[in-house]
Write a protein that binds this ligand. Sequence first.
Ligand code: AHG
Ligand code: MN
Ligand code: MN
Length: 345
Amino acid sequence: MSQELTLQQRMDGEGGSDPLRRAVKEAVAALAQAAIDISDLTCRGALAGITGKAQGRNTDGDVQKDLDVRADQIIREALGALPIAVLASEEMADLEILNPAAPISVAFDPLDGSSNINTNMSVGTIFSIMPTPSDASAAFVQPGSAQLAAGFVVYGPQTSLVLTLGQGVDIFTLDRVERVFKLTGSTVQIPPNATEFAINASNRRHWDLPVRAYIDECLMGADGMGGKDFNMRWIGSLVAEAFRILIRGGIFLYPGDARDGYEEGRLRLVYEAHPMAFIIEQAGGGATTGRQRVLDLVPRTLHQRVPLIMGSIKNVQRLEHMHTAPDVALETNAPLFGHRGLFRV
Ligand code: AHG
Ligand code: MN
Ligand code: MN
C-alpha cells in the first residue's frame, strides 16, 4: 500500500474546522467520489454504454452527449445530501436552489471536452465553490476572486484531481485499487516562461489583431521578436491543456473571435474560466480575457461566455501587452504584412 497522503488526510491537515471550511471539504470529498464513479464510466467507454452519442442540446446550444448527462446526474446525486445552497451546471438551464441557508454553492462542468468522448481522448470535470450570499439566487453573481475552492479532474491515462482551497494547488492521482485519490504533487508552480502555446489555429482568420500578432510571434520563433522557437498543442479538452500547463508551463488561448456566437469565445465564465483562473493564479500563472483579469469578472448571466487566455505569467503578460499597446501588435505583425502571413489566407 503506497504511503502518499489521501485527499481526505490532506484536507484534514489544512486546518479550518469552522462550518464554512467544513462544508467546503465535504463538498470536495463528494465531488471526488463522483469523479471516481465517472472515471469508471470513461475507462469502460462503450462497454458502459458510453458512445459519445448526442442526446439533445443544452441551453448554450452545445450538443449534449450521453456522458454529459450521466456525469451531471452522478455529481448532483453526490452533492444532493450536503449543506449546499445552490447548484449550477453546464447541463442545467437554470440554478437549482437546494438549501438557501447553506454556507456554500457549487457550479460545475460535469464533462469537459465532450467532443473527445468517442475518440478516447482525455475529458474531465471542472468545479467552483462559492460562499452563499444572503440572496442565494446571486450565488454566481460574484467575482471569481470570491471562490472558496476550485478544482478539476482529468479522466486520462491517470485519473487526476487538481485542487485549490486558496492556499496553493495540489495534484492527486486516483489509486484504482484502493479507490482513493492520493497526493502526488503539492504546491504546484507553473514555470513563468513557456515555449508552448495551445489554440485552435483553424480559427486564425477570425481572431483580432493582438491574438494574431501574438501567435504569429510564436510562429516566427527565434527569427521573430519573441526570439525563441515555440511548440504547439491543441487537445480540445480544457482540463487536459490546463493539466499540461501546470506540469510544464505554456499558454492556452480561447479568445473571442469574429464567428457568430464566438464574440466572447467558447468557454463559460462561471464553471470553466473562474475555477481555472483560480487554480492557475494559485499556481503562479495568469488568467485574462486579454484586457481584464478573469477573477475580477462578475457574471451577468449563468452561461455567459468569456475569452480565456491563461498559463505561464510572462507569456500571459506579453499577450496582455499586445492588447493594451496595439502598436506592438502592428510592429510584431509588420514582417508579415509584406506577405500573406505564415498561414496561406
Ligand atoms: P465542453 O465539452 O464542456 O463544452 O468543453 C469543451 C471546450 C474546452 O474543453 C475545449 O478547450 C474547447 O471546448 C474546444 O473547443 P473547439 O472544439 O472549438 O476547439
Ligand atoms: Mn467544458
Ligand atoms: Mn461540458
